[in-house]
Ligand binder design. Structure first.
Ligand SMILES: Cc1cc2nc3c(=O)[nH]c(=O)nc-3n(C[C@H](O)[C@H](O)[C@H](O)COP(=O)(O)O)c2cc1C
Length: 181
């Protein structure tokens, strides 16, 4: 069986932590955001908002959120664009679902929408890296996030400056079983 275009894309994706200085056209960024917009979410709540940071001064203001223990992720500031994903309130039905299932579906939803973004970026030849390690309070303050809401994760975006090595993944046998654990 020949590999699907999607499988080729999936196999080519890596987390990219070094970027060329070249700016990313907003049309391309918006295409990635459109892919995120189409994502499924629990009860179709879409409990997220994407903030694009592609302005030099705003990135500079974020420097403080990547200092000290967060400095391993300061490479994020070298990306031409950073996308901050903010969680928002869910529909009541999704909130009830969270309670009954003892899970916060907002984070599942963010993961799916964010990965839609990542895969569209990959198709455009752009590199990305999910970032979960940053000073949340400082990011929220710099971006003016309203009280009660928060930036949960960010995704860096730009043209890759290096060919990143493939990270090992679980074998198929470790990952999968049929009909029982
Ligand atoms: C939710 C999430 C948070 C992550 N946070 C960080 C981070 O803070 N810093 C970082 O360098 N990489 C981060 N990563 C990237 C992972 O380290 C990376 O996906 C993993 O090592 C597998 O490598 P690959 O993406 O190249 O397949 C994060 C990934 C995810 C999905």
């Amino acid at each position: 069986m020949t590999e699907s275009n999607l499988m080729v894309l999936l196999k080519g994706r890596r987390s990219v932590r070094k970027y060329l200085p070249e700016k990313v056209d907003r049309k391309k960024i918006n295409l990635c955001l459109e892919a995120a917009r189409l994502a499924p979410s629990a009860c179709n709540s879409q409990p997220y908002k994407f903030i694009v940071i592609d302005d030099r001064q705003t990135k500079e203001n974020l420097r403080t959120a990547f200092s000290g223990i967060y400095s391993p992720c300061s490479f994020a500031l070298s990306a031409p664009a950073i996308i901050a994903i903010v969680t928002q309130k869910q529909k009541l039905t999704a909130q009830i679902g969270n309670l009954m299932q003892n899970i916060d579906f907002r984070y599942v939803d963010i993961g799916i929408a964010g990965e839609h973004f990542v895969l569209q970026a990959q198709e455009l030849g752009l590199g990305t890296c999910w970032i979960g390690w940053f000073d949340k309070k400082k990011v929220n303050a710099v971006l003016g996030i309203p009280g009660g809401l928060a930036v949960e994760v960010m995704i860096t975006l730009g043209y890759p400056a290096e060919k990143t090595k493939e990270r090992s993944k679980k074998s198929f046998a470790e990952l999968v079983s049929y009909n029982e654990y």
